[in-house]
Design a protein around this ligand. Structure first.
Ligand code: SF4
Ligand code: SF4
Length: 367
């Protein structure tokens, strides 16, 4: 359960905001807030995950610090979300991974890279790793097929189960019903909101990020990350279909679907994550929580290196560097999979659940 002090602070600021209502056009939080007179723990957990941290309400607020009311909704909700992430995670004994998350992510990823590189050298020998391999199945000459398929399939299933349990925990802990979770109209509205990244536009003029000026840059960079990730996921899925069902082993020609989707997705991820990392270093830290900094940077950096090593592998796959690059890329991707349920990625899952709940509530006009 989140700390009582944090819940009390969230309840305090929401009570002030509910009397003021100046920010009601900024995002989904305020219309959802206005459906309530009081704020239970369930309500606060839900509202915190509906917040996209655009900071519009902080810079617009006449009661923000140094005013004695010290209303700072974006920071309060960011802190509450951090506690919620560890409360809803599965298995519970790994909840501690959300603390000092940036350090843990970098250690796990470094270890994954070291293990895969070492395995490649031990199993195949330096002569094979440093040789040039061309044509179909060239990748498997460095890392055997089953050493890729079995661990990554197991990791994908683990991540899926983990995130599913986390989102079910979130749903019930925020007072949702199963019938609402599978409501088709609410889900299609939430999917539309996600595809447009609707609430990153701060009500039409953009986020106040990295400072008090309005800007659409954060929204467009999030678009790059979101669609880049989806394209890379589609590329991997099609490559798996080619491999398992059409018996065409990687690497594929440049004008094939896996490579074209992976290239566009990888470039979009590079731009999106690089840009967001840059903005993070520029940002005003008052509407943020310092505790989330490591987690945010760790996840962005991991996505950045996964796309960078993937693109380098594409460019240099017909050179002796291919073996080492393949091992490093697989190690980074393994680090991404292992840490996915215990880092920033869960925000996407809980935020989607909150958007479904919001669509249900708004269609009813009240809770
Ligand atoms: S953040 Fe400030 S201005 Fe906005 S609704 Fe709350 S109290 Fe009012
Ligand atoms: S920070 Fe942005 S998304 Fe979050 S409550 Fe304020 S206006 Fe809404």
């Amino acid at each position: 359960m989140p700390s009582t002090d944090l819940l009390k602070e969230a309840e305090r600021v929401m009570t002030i905001c509910n009397a003021c209502r100046y920010c009601e056009g900024f995002c989904a939080v305020y219309p959802a807030m206005e459906l309530r007179r009081t704020f239970s723990e369930q309500d606060l957990k839900y509202l915190a995950n509906l917040c996209h941290n655009c900071r519009g309400c902080y810079y617009a607020c006449q009661y923000a610090p140094p005013h004695e009311f010290a209303v700072n909704v974006s920071k309060t909700f960011a802190e509450l979300r951090l506690e919620i992430y560890s409360n809803f995670t599965w298995p519970g004994f790994l909840a501690g991974m959300f603390r000092r998350n940036g350090l843990l992510v970098s250690m796990i990823t470094t270890l994954s890279v070291a293990v895969v590189v070492l395995l490649a050298f031990v199993l195949q020998g330096p002569a094979v790793v440093f040789s040039t391999h061309l044509g179909e199945n060239a990748f498997y000459k460095v890392i055997p097929y089953w050493f890729i398929v079995i661990p990554f399939s197991a990791l994908a299933i683990y991540v899926f189960i983990n995130l599913l349990i986390g989102s079910i925990n979130f749903w019930y802990e925020t007072g949702g019903q199963l019938s609402e979770l599978i409501d088709l109209r609410a889900n299609s509205q939430a999917i539309k909101d996600v595809l447009q990244l609707k609430y990153l536009d701060g009500g039409g003029h953009g986020c106040n990020y990295p400072d008090d000026r309005f800007s659409m840059v954060r929204r467009w960079l999030h678009h790059c990350v979101f669609y880049g990730f989806l394209l890379c996921f589609a590329s991997t899925t099609i490559a798996a279909i080619y491999d398992h069902f059409l018996h065409r082993g990687a690497p594929y020609p440049f004008w094939s679907w896996p490579v074209m989707l992976g290239t566009v997705g990888g470039l979009a991820l590079l731009v999106g994550t690089g840009g967001l990392l840059y903005l993070k270093w520029q940002m005003d830290t008052v509407p943020a929580t310092a505790r989330a900094f490591g987690m945010d940077v760790g996840f962005l950096a991991l996505l950045f290196f996964a796309s960078l090593t993937g693109l380098l592998l594409l460019i240099l796959r017909e050179t002796p560097a291919m073996g080492t690059l393949l091992a490093v890329h697989l190690g980074v991707v393994a680090g991404l999979f292992i840490t996915m349920p215990y880092g920033k990625f869960v925000h996407a899952v809980y935020c989607y659940a909150a958007l479904v709940r919001n669509a249900v509530e708004q269609s009813r006009g009240g809770s």
